[in-house]
Ligand binder design. Structure first.
Ligand code: PLP
Length: 393
């Protein structure tokens, strides 16, 4: 008999019912150190007082009104995002995939408005993850995302990640934009070489294309700057964000320059829930904390300490081969498949996320302290010591 939950997830045995800071608790009171953060969502940890209060107060005042009315809540958050980034304008969504959808539609309308609708295609990259909608899975070459859903629209050309020459060679009269994650998350915490992103920016400028960044996972302070692109010496034309921006309330956004959004006129896009007052209260509270330069400096300092501890651990280990990533978006590469090890880590009370390329993703709340770093490294080392080698074979 089919389970009441459509069986599309291989859910683990852990069933959290309560969270506090960097910890999750199950109904029996067993605690887990949360280095997954709901997949880079709970950037302030669990039960952060400022975020909790903002949501509680907003829930009591006004939850939802739709986008039929003026929204002072959305205008306030959008104004802050515009002031803090490259962008001039923002569309709010409920998820990352919807933010990607809006980015792609913005690109299509940009060229349509310029009288070049034939520039419908977008270059994307191998191992990319942009979400689960049909548009988002059309933008990747990952078979596990695409299997059974083909034919998919021929809107993307997927090229090797990091290969600037392949990108240059793929530009023809059908191409209107380039979509890329500055750091691939799902794809195994692969940081784009800065020269690659800079080269893509130059290609876009030279050919009249839009550069679309997917910062759904790496944005909102995760890498130690408010957005990852700040560390690559480039600015996008359009950027999709989500995950951390709501701190746990479902929220995404598509940010764009005035020029890039020229085609997004009345009636071209919409969302019933997108940017409702509850989500805006959450985003506002998250930005109060995360956009503070002092907080971001703390994230960088915490990240350096975690990174240094992991680097020392890797030197002592035969199981771990490499640490990679930026800020608190880190990947620990294993000599074996990472999924079994992520399961084993749970028995040591540490929650992490598996990724492609034998990588264990470490995505702790941005508020971790030294004690959490020490406990996580201790759990990783112990788990490596008693990891049943038969599973590794
Ligand atoms: C999670 C993720 C998405 C999709 O976000 P959803 O909220 O699950 O739709 C898109 N891009 C990246 C890089 C992601 O990590």
């Amino acid at each position: 008999m089919i389970p009441v939950l459509m069986p599309v997830y291989a859910r683990s045995e852990v069933a959290p019912v309560r969270g506090e800071g960097c910890w999750l608790f199950d109904a029996d009171g067993r605690r887990y150190l949360d280095f997954a953060s709901g997949i880079a969502v709970n950037c302030l940890g669990h039960g952060h007082p400022h975020l909790t209060r903002a949501i509680q107060e907003q829930a009591a005042r006004l939850l939802h009104v739709s986008n039929l009315y003026a929204s002072p809540h959305q205008e306030a958050v959008a104004r802050r995002l515009v002031e803090l980034t490259f962008a001039d304008t923002v569309f709010f969504t409920n998820s990352g995939a919807e933010a990607i959808e809006c980015a792609v539609k913005t690109c299509r309308r940009f060229h349509f408005a310029q009288g070049r609708p034939e520039r419908f295609r977008i270059l994307s990259f191998s191992n990319a993850f942009h979400g689960r909608t049909l548009t988002a899975i059309a933008a990747t070459d990952q078979a596990k995302l695409r299997d059974g859903f083909e034919p998919l629209p021929d809107w993307f050309r997927v090229l090797p990640f990091g290969d600037l020459e392949a990108a240059a060679a793929a530009i023809d009269s059908s191409v209107g934009g380039i979509l890329v994650e500055p750091i691939q998350g799902e794809g195994g915490i692969r940081v784009a070489p800065p020269r690659f992103l800079q080269g893509l920016r130059q290609l876009c400028d030279a050919h009249g294309l839009l550069l679309l960044l997917d910062e759904v996972q790496c944005g909102v302070g995760r890498t130690g700057t408010l957005f990852a692109y700040e560390q690559f010496g480039i600015e996008p034309d359009v950027m999709a964000i989500a995950k951390g921006i709501g701190g746990g309330i479902p929220l995404g956004a598509c940010l764009a320059t005035e020029r890039a959004a020229a085609g997004m006129t009345v009636g071209t896009h919409g969302s019933t829930y997108g940017g409702n007052p509850l989500a805006m209260a959450a985003a506002s509270a998250v930005l109060d904390v995360v956009a503070d330069p002092g907080f971001l400096a703390q994230v960088r300092a915490r990240a350096e300490r975690l990174r240094a501890a992991l680097d020392r651990m890797v030197e002592r280990s035969n199981l771990f081969t490499e640490v990679r990533g930026l800020g608190l978006m880190l990947g620990l590469k294993l000599a074996i498949d990472s999924r079994a090890f992520v399961a084993h880590l749970r028995t040591h009370g540490l929650l992490t996320v598996a990724a492609a390329d034998n990588v264990v993703r470490l995505l702790p709340p941005l508020v971790i302290e030294d004690e959490h770093v020490a406990l996580a490294v201790e759990a990783l080392e112990k788990a490596a010591q008693d990891f049943p080698l038969c599973q590794a074979a």
